[in-house]
Design a protein around this ligand. Structure first.
Ligand SMILES: [Zn+2]
Length: 326
């Protein structure tokens, strides 16, 4: 059967096959409409008195350049976003946003390189990290409200046979990277690697992102004790040790579901994630969790909208050293 491209103009309505057939002009139109739903505004001064410049064959004016008639500066849709100063085409950017928004377990840089026909692994790896940056929640302060399940897990390799993994099967006390998740019931999750699982670290993370009216749900790990005094809804605990997983409404099943998803992705797709970049993968998985109720196109739109006001240069990711793996 012949594929007939739909007359969709909205990225939210598009499936992967539609996204893969976008021209560069269509991709630019989509990005401009998402960034400026009420008409193009200058990225330097905010004026809407702007003129689109015509690109010319000598390429002294590039495609998509817009001139501000108020401040006389020029800009394009990528200015001041994660896409600025990129040699990747806009259609490849949208495709990458779509792949990363629709793959439940994430997509490796190697696969992204193949799918998009990029010239190097490093370029795919940097692209993926810039999309994770767009997916990150900002600002975090007081973001989570209501009943918040808090739990920790450990990421990084399967437990070794014979076990140098420490005394506790849940990983407390091992050399793997501890990751904290704070999950709003029926809502958002914030997850991040933490230095250690001490009371000081756990409580300061909770204080930073949870609204003071909330209720905190945890297991009986002693480091959480006392946190209830700081929140209007108090602190409820569930005892995993005795197999008592659900104690009235005191359960942390949502946090456990989130960790199961994160681990399937980390072990299945990325294989090895350095501690240095783990927080970025946490952002990616949190983003998909937060937007789990919408379709792939709508989730892609949410990710693209997050591109503004964020930058992530390659030198910030790798320092001066070369990229060797994920
Ligand atoms: Zn201006």
């Amino acid at each position: 059967m012949k594929y007939i491209p739909p007359k969709f103009e909205r990225l939210a309505d598009m499936a992967g096959i539609d996204v893969s057939r976008l021209t560069e002009q269509e991709a630019r139109k989509i990005l401009e409409d998402l960034r400026w739903p009420d008409g193009i505004k200058c990225t330097h001064c905010g004026s809407n008195n702007v003129t689109r410049l015509k690109s010319n064959p000598e390429k002294t004016t590039r495609d998509g350049v817009i001139q501000c008639n108020a401040c006389r500066q020029q800009f394009s849709v990528t200015h001041g976003t994660v896409m600025e100063d990129s040699h990747i085409t806009l259609r490849q950017w949208i495709q990458a946003f779509h792949f990363m928004s629709s793959s439940k377990k994430g997509i490796s840089a190697l696969q992204l390189k193949r799918e998009l026909g990029l010239h190097s692994y490093q370029s795919a790896w940097h692209l993926a990290h810039r999309i994770r940056e767009a997916m990150s929640n900002q600002p975090l302060s007081g973001l989570l409200k209501g009943v918040i399940e808090v739990d920790e897990t450990y990421i990084g390799g399967k437990p070794k046979k014979g076990g140098d993994e420490g005394p506790n099967k849940r990983g407390r006390g091992t050399k793997k990277a501890p990751v904290l998740a704070m999950v709003e019931r029926k809502g958002k999750v914030i997850s991040r690697p933490i230095e250690n699982v001490t009371a000081k670290t756990l409580k300061s993370a909770i204080r930073e992102v949870v609204d003071k009216e909330s209720t905190i749900m945890t297991d009986e790990w002693p480091c959480y004790q006392g946190i209830g005094k700081e929140f209007k809804g108090g602190h409820k605990t569930v005892n995993h040790g005795t197999g008592e997983y659900v104690n009235g409404d005191a359960y942390t099943n949502n946090a456990e579901s989130y960790f199961a998803l994160l681990k399937r992705g980390v072990h299945g797709t990325f294989h090895h994630i350095s501690k240095k970049h783990l927080s970025r993968y946490c952002n990616e998985f949190s983003f998909r969790w937060d937007n789990r109720k919408v379709n792939d196109g709508e989730r892609t739109v949410e990710a693209v909208k997050g591109m503004q006001g964020k930058r992530l240069m390659l030198r910030d990711l790798v320092g001066k050293s070369k990229v060797t793996n994920g």
